[in-house]
Ligand binder design. Structure first.
Ligand SMILES: Nc1ncnc2c1ncn2[C@@H]1O[C@H](COP(=O)(O)OP(=O)(O)OP(=O)(O)O)[C@@H](O)[C@H]1O
Length: 313
């Protein structure tokens, strides 16, 4: 294992019956990273996460957590991480504070240390006012916050999160991300699955995109966007009647596929972007085509996701 690889996934495969749900997937997660696993519904994210957290056996391949093999050293491997969505472990009849203290004790903290940790987490997750209420009275969002707080009690070296922000209101989402970033700042590594590309773009250091159980792309958000050809030109014509003429000019200069939405043309720019833009603007001027909006932009992760998974599901 390389020193800075906290998680190594090597040629992992899983079948359910005849269906190959995870097909020969390999990647590494480095210490202190937020690593996002993205993929459409049914891509195999949860299955992979279950194998990484020792809940499911891979048919082939191996996974190590801090160097411990999840099959042959499962006990040590389990000591390396915490995982959310284990709400079953939280006691409904106890208050939020008592649950956090109990988990502190179960994590080997002294009575005093678990009281202090519980209070820290209640504050971090804005649960102080509800701290003494029984969980049965909590809303879904409050439960999720407590669930994450509970998984942070022991300051895990690795934290696995399955769709941590799905269904949360914007304020709670921000709190979740702040808590995740605080944990990473203290040296932990976070592996999460998400459907929210803009969140992955903003917060993940590294992203793996899977589809039909296969790894189809992996890299930093910027690297993935570069795979789509880097910068793209977005140009809006003032008159709809001039759209097809503008389309022909852009097509002629860039020789790239152009997508059209209302009066806007979007096309990837090649390596020599600036001269191409100058030529386009000159030709538009000669043709007396007026432009209301001109923008150079990097593609979004949405574009990457759609391009790489489109038509395959
Ligand atoms: N225990 C199981 N037995 C049979 N098939 C299963 C089992 N668990 C998952 N599958 C199938 O494996 C495929 C991948 O499922 P998985 O839950 O890993 O996907 P996912 O990427 O997490 O999807 P989602 O985003 O919808 O949660 C799906 O086709 C699912 O129906």
């Amino acid at each position: 294992m390389r020193e800075d690889n906290v998680i190594e996934v090597r040629n992992v495969q899983k079948k359910f019956g005849q269906k190959k749900v995870v097909q020969d997937i390999s990647f590494n997660v480095k210490k202190g990273e937020i690593f996002g696993l993205l993929g459409p519904n049914g891509a195999g994210k949860t299955t992979l996460l279950k194998m990484m957290t020792t809940l499911l056996r891979p048919d082939e391949g191996q996974i190590t957590l801090n160097g411990f093999n999840t099959l042959s050293q499962s006990r040590q491997a389990r000591q390396q991480f915490s995982v959310t969505n284990q709400t079953a472990a939280i006691d409904q009849d106890l208050s939020a504070r008592d649950n956090l203290r109990l988990f502190g004790r179960l994590n080997g903290l002294s009575s005093q240390a678990s009281r202090i940790r519980a209070d820290e987490l209640l504050t971090a997750f804005d649960l102080t006012q509800l701290a003494n209420q029984a969980l049965a009275t909590f809303s879904g969002g409050m439960r999720r916050r407590l669930d994450l707080a509970v998984s942070l009690v022991g300051r895990p070296k690795i934290l696995f999160l399955d769709e941590p922000t799905t269904g949360l209101d914007p304020r709670t989402r921000i709190q979740m991300w702040q808590a995740i970033q605080a944990l990473v700042a203290q040296g932990s590594t976070v592996f999460l699955t998400t459907q929210y590309l803009e969140e992955a773009d903003q917060f993940a250091d590294h992203i793996a995109l899977i589809d039909h159980g296969q790894l189809i792309a992996s890299g930093t958000p910027n690297e993935l966007k570069q795979k789509l050809g880097g910068l793209q030109l977005s140009l809006t014509v003032t008159e709809l009647a001039q759209l097809s003429q503008a389309h022909a000019i852009v097509q002629d200069v860039l020789k790239q596929p152009i997508s059209v939405s209302e009066q806007t043309l979007v096309s990837p720019l090649g390596g020599d972007a600036l001269p191409a833009i100058i030529v386009i603007l000159n030709q538009l001027q000669i043709a007396k085509i007026t432009v209301s909006h001109l923008k150079l932009e990097t593609p979004s992760l949405d574009d990457v996701f759609l391009k790489m998974t489109v038509g395959k599901n």
